[in-house]
Ligand binder design. Structure first.
Ligand code: MG
Length: 237
């Protein structure tokens, strides 16, 4: 197969952000804690549990765990956005791009027939902060991605992205979708939506845990660019 032929085969790649492309070094949890403090008028006294869940569920559980009534979603989203902006310098100081992520994104972006975007539990504003801080935002087609405000459950984000891509990028509805992510939630989102998944063990979960969730392909990280691009290409039709 020539590279020109391979390039003609479309595929939709939806990258997770935290612990897949970017290591946030704990700053992400500080963003939730600060947003909670801003809304509740007190600091949270339970740990924030993220693990690939959406911002809607993370914040809902945080209020429920404290026995507090739920603020409206627009108020939560505003607090998360403010907190995300306030933590940008801290993220730049402590966070970093994970090995191979930039190289893989650059090649994916250069394939004319590929759509390379994000599927993340973050609200769009904070996805922009996390990617923009490290100069990855220009390598992704962010307007057609799916974000934490779009649904409660991660698996519901796959059809959201698919619809945006079909509408704005005029792709065949049958174009295969590949998720790349670091948690069992990423794997389950793919399984529940007919997408393929490449799991990466760069987060809290081991390769064994990702396999147990149903991932057939688990990489230690994204550092072997040829392998990553080859796997993505293998899903293109
Ligand atoms: Mg993640």
């Amino acid at each position: 197969m020539s590279s020109a032929y391979a390039d003609a085969m479309p595929v939709i790649i939806l990258w997770d952000i935290d612990h897949t492309l970017v290591e946030n070094a704990g700053v992400s949890k500080e963003i939730y804690r600060a947003a909670f403090t801003q809304l509740a008028g007190r600091r949270p006294d339970v740990p924030v549990v993220t693990e690939g869940r959406t911002d809607r569920l993370i914040m809902r559980d945080l209020f429920a765990d404290h026995g507090l009534s739920q603020p409206t979603w627009p108020d939560i989203e505003h607090a998360l956005e403010t907190s995300g902006t306030e933590h940008r310098a801290e993220l730049a100081r402590r966070g970093y791009v994970l090995p191979g992520a930039r190289e893989a994104l650059m090649i994916a972006a250069s394939r004319r027939s590929w759509v390379s975007s994000v599927l993340t539990g973050n609200i769009a504003a904070n996805a922009q902060v996390k990617l923009g801080t490290f100069g990855l935002d220009d390598l992704l087609d962010l307007p057609v991605g799916a974000y934490g405000a779009d649904a409660d459950e991660r698996s519901a984000l796959v059809p959201v992205a698919r619809e945006r891509i079909q509408h704005h990028r005029a792709l065949d509805p049958a174009t295969p979708v590949v998720l790349v992510g670091d948690t069992p939630q990423d794997v389950l989102a793919a399984r529940h939506s007919g997408a393929a998944v490449i799991a990466v063990a760069t987060g809290q979960h081991t390769a064994e845990q990702l396999h147990a969730a149903g991932a057939t392909t688990v990489l230690r990280d994204l550092s072997d660019t040829d392998t990553v691009i080859g796997l993505l290409q293998s899903h293109a039709t």
